[in-house]
Design a protein around this ligand. Structure first.
Ligand SMILES: [Zn+2]
Length: 78
């Protein structure tokens, strides 16, 4: 398997949403959305285009903030 785009594929929408949120937590230039790929049929993250509404839901924002804070805390003791 593998996609001609070279991007990592996610089998389910739940999985790619999780990856999208994790990307917001951990990356300086995070992904903002995802799409269904015509070539491989999986979902891929993208850092271009519209911001996915999921990211602006209060629950998601709280989670991102909380986990970023936790990550900073860990980094302090590395
Ligand atoms: Zn693909």
């Amino acid at each position: 398997m593998g996609c001609p785009s070279g991007k990592r594929g996610y089998f389910s929408e739940g999985e790619v949403q999780e990856a999208l949120i994790r990307s917001q937590i951990g990356f300086a230039r995070p992904a903002v959305n995802y799409y269904r790929c015509d070539d491989c049929g999986d979902y891929h993250l993208t850092s271009q285009g519209e911001r996915h509404p999921l990211l602006d839901e209060p629950d998601t924002r709280d989670r991102i903030k909380r986990e970023q804070w936790e990550q900073e805390w860990h980094n302090r003791f590395k």
